[in-house]
Design a protein around this ligand. Sequence first.
Ligand code: GLN
Length: 550
Amino acid sequence: MKKETKYIFVVGGVISGVGKGITSSSLGLILKNRGLNVTAIKIDPYINVDAGTMNPTVHGEVFVLSDGDETDQDMGNYERFLDLNLTRINYMTTGRVYKTVIEKERNLEYGGKCVEVVPHIPLEVIGRIKKAGKIAKADVVIVEIGGTVGEYQNLLFLEAARMMKIESPKDIIFVMVSYFPTPSKIGEMKTKPTQYAVRTLNGAGIQPDILIARGDTALDEKRKEKVSVIVSVSADRIISAPDVDSIYDIPINFEKEKLSDKLCNLMGINAKKTDTQAWNKWKNFAKHAHNGKDILKIAMIGKYFETGDFVLSDSYLSVIEGIKYSCYAQNRKPVISWLNSTDFEKFPEKLKDLKKYDGIIVPGGFGTRGVEGNLKAVKFARENKIPFFGLCYGMQMMVIEYARNVLGLKDANTREVNPDSKNIVIDVMESQKEHLKNNLYGGSMRLGAYKAILREGTLARASYGKKEIIERHRHRYEVNPAFVGDLEAQGLIFSGRSPDGQLMEIAELPKSKHPFFLGTQFHPEFLAHPLDPHPLFTSFIKACAAKRKK
Ligand code: GLN
């Protein structure tokens, strides 16, 4: 008998950022450990066709998939928790859905019908959800609907979910992640916002099967009983999910409440017992978040973390997780400091504070702001032999700094910042010129997975332990081949190149000159996984640990 694919819709109540992404990833993991084939989909309610055109300070990191899709950071969480390689069918936005419907209409694919918001938009959404399930041959598809219940923006996605439920009631379940605030002046956890949120969801024709109760602390039995009656979810299906120090504990906490059993029962799946070997591996990994013996102080120098009076690190999420995995595997605890690159421009005396850190990372970035500060920090790291890891823009900064201060090309720059410089050491890629000329910015960078070849006898090659690698990219500019000879003659090594030798993918200094001074034109952070830390992050962390010991 053919097994039906099951779908779990995850929706959020009361506030944004309530933890739908981590909940979805965790549900996926506990089901995967029951021998089920799981895939995950993220729906973003934005009009943007992808996340590539959104400001990371507002929307968080742009996570790039192997096939080059520029997506939401939650896709990174799914890939990391579930050890998956997702593709563009797993991600959709309002813009993407409408674009397809309009294109189909123009191609007469609706056969002369009047094309309407309802049902044609939800039908397109349903088609995409089912296709993703089919491609993955999934037993279970987790579908996270972005935004919060009650917003106008995600109504059509809720409508799609409701329509799927009507069509095959036993294959669809709803998990609502909702927030229970404890106002400090009141001093007790309040349930009313969630009561309203569930009512609002009911208004869209949907009743949650499971309620995940987020809050500072656990939802106590008394309140659980009360909410249960009001929102019609039995108390054993209300799962308390208090704040935790490490997100990797969440699947473990869920299983303490036997959530995978409850989900399987609801979906009518007769699943295997939890795979203890896989589960123990995860638990062991999660334990390291608390056990790190020695700390390592890492400075992240960037510009996408200030929002109003608050500092958020979401723009660099995968980098942070990449650091953690390599640290945990070495029994270390990373302490990451956020340093604003523009500060080094305004207050150069702050540079010497960098000595306090065991390692420095300059992650990806765009545009002019903060570039001179970044360059100062790179110079400081190079001259003071502080382990330095440059990611994408960070590598470009490394090359510019080297050209300026070692090759003596004082005005060396990237075309992105100063097209009038006489020494454009980072230039626009040939393939990008047309896009820029025609203002075609969306989804047009060099995106996704590309092969690179590593040179023998280099730090890169030793780190990976192999000659050929595949890494994910997101950039328009590259090292100008005209300067490669001069840079190498002065000691900078291009240890990773595209298979045709034309594109410089990794730059580094030899160990004799610096303990770790390496940059990648790609984003290694997108391939760092909890149980499979990234080799370059691991080498960097080892160098940081060696510095700390000194
Ligand atoms: N702005 C640079 C480029 O487009 C680097 C991009 C990045 O850091 N992702 O090439």
